[in-house]
Design a protein around this ligand. Structure first.
Ligand code: ACO
Length: 323
């Protein structure tokens, strides 16, 4: 077991709400189509904020809630696929803005598995060398969306959330994990291609900065591979699906989550969902859900939880955590 404790959680959600009906005003879609296929009813979209603004708010809330100062942090890790810039990373902007003078910081890019992969990395750091760090998932996906492509524009939202983690001697932390990457299937979900307009380039191929997704491929990938990694992680922890109190899955699509709950023979109440309010916020989704559930008391000390992400890469991963 890699021992750590989740000291605090926090989220930062842009104030502007965009409902399915709002989208139907300028795109050929409907609330019925979107909500019946995905469970999404609205999403939050930024006005002027960028990804680091949301991540800084999360970091400040975490420190304030814990009564800590920024110089008490050893590291800041951010999972994101929509950084403000390639350099500095979002984590480095956060480190500078909050004045975390003793912390190193970097971003991890694993699309919708970003929170799971980043939490796994933080668990290793805490179990070997460091005392305290932040894990944040932050996304402004609205800048990667082609607002003329209804097949993807209706799915995504903006937001950020994170946790403050500390090394502990208590019996809490990571019991087991399974992380997998399928780069050979990367073409099924891409975003953020950049143009190389170098002096020597011949005929330039126009870069496509926007989301391109084969929804059916990603759907079948998720319903096949998420159960696989959950089963592997459970087996490593010597647990069965019944031993998990709450499952927190990446909030892309309610139908994906319902099908996984059924496959595990688990009551749907154990698989909490909030995509109706936020849409798919990629690396932020599990953190937002975790913070809401901690706030509501649905996730609390003493429980065993499973978290699982899936998405671009293609990537998938599951962690079993004693909280
Ligand atoms: N409104 C109305 N009609 C639409 C819309 C829309 N927003 N989008 C597509 N349609 C139409 C299509 O044009 C198509 O019409 P046609 O039959 O006349 O050609 C029809 O609806 C069906 O389209 P499909 O794409 O086949 O719809 P599907 O039932 O597969 O649902 C969806 C699409 C919801 C995207 C589903 O495939 C899905 O959820 N896939 C998984 C996506 C996912 O989980 N991604 C997570 C990873 S994201 C990340 O990593 C960042």
């Amino acid at each position: 077991m890699e021992k750590f404790t989740i000291v605090q959680s926090a989220r930062a959600i842009p104030s502007r709400v965009v409902t399915n009906d709002d989208l139907a005003l300028f795109m050929d879609t409907s609330d019925e189509w979107i909500s019946s296929r995905t469970g999404i009813r609205q999403r939050h979209i930024v006005d002027t904020e960028d990804t680091s603004d949301l991540a800084v708010t999360v970091a400040e809330k975490l420190l304030h809630q814990a009564g800590l100062t920024a110089d008490q942090l050893d590291f800041i890790l951010v999972g994101t696929m929509s950084p403000d810039t390639l350099s500095p990373s979002v984590a480095q902007i956060v480190q500078g803005k909050i004045g975390a003078h003793n912390a190193f910081a970097w971003d991890l890019s694993a699309a919708c598995s970003g929170f799971v992969y980043t939490l796994s990395m933080a668990s290793s750091l805490l179990s070997t060398r460091y005392e305290r760090g932040l894990v944040i998932g932050a996304e402004v996906l609205s800048k990667l969306v082609d607002w003329e492509d209804r097949s993807t524009a209706v799915l995504f939202g903006d937001g950020a959330a994170g946790v403050l983690l500390e090394r502990t001697t208590a019996a809490t932390g990571l019991l087991a994990e399974s992380l997998k990457t399928f780069g050979e299937r990367s073409q099924f979900l891409t975003a953020g291609q950049q143009q190389n307009a170098n002096h020597f380039a011949g005929t330039l191929k126009t870069a496509d900065p926007y989301f391109k997704m084969d929804g059916r491929e990603v759907y079948s990938f998720a319903t096949r591979e998420v159960p696989n990694v959950l089963n592997e992680a459970l087996a490593k922890a010597d647990l069965t699906p019944d031993d998990i109190d709450v499952y927190l899955l990446h909030q892309a699509n309610g139908r994906i989550i319902s099908s996984i709950a059924k496959r595990f023979g688990q009551p749907i109440e154990k698989f909490q969902m909030n995509m109706a309010s936020y849409g798919n916020t990629s690396a932020a989704s599990i953190g937002i859900l975790l913070d809401e559930l901690r706030e509501a008391g649905t996730v609390h000390a003493g429980q065993t939880i499973a978290i699982a992400g899936f998405g671009g890469g293609l990537t998938v991963g599951a962690l079993i955590i004693k909280v």
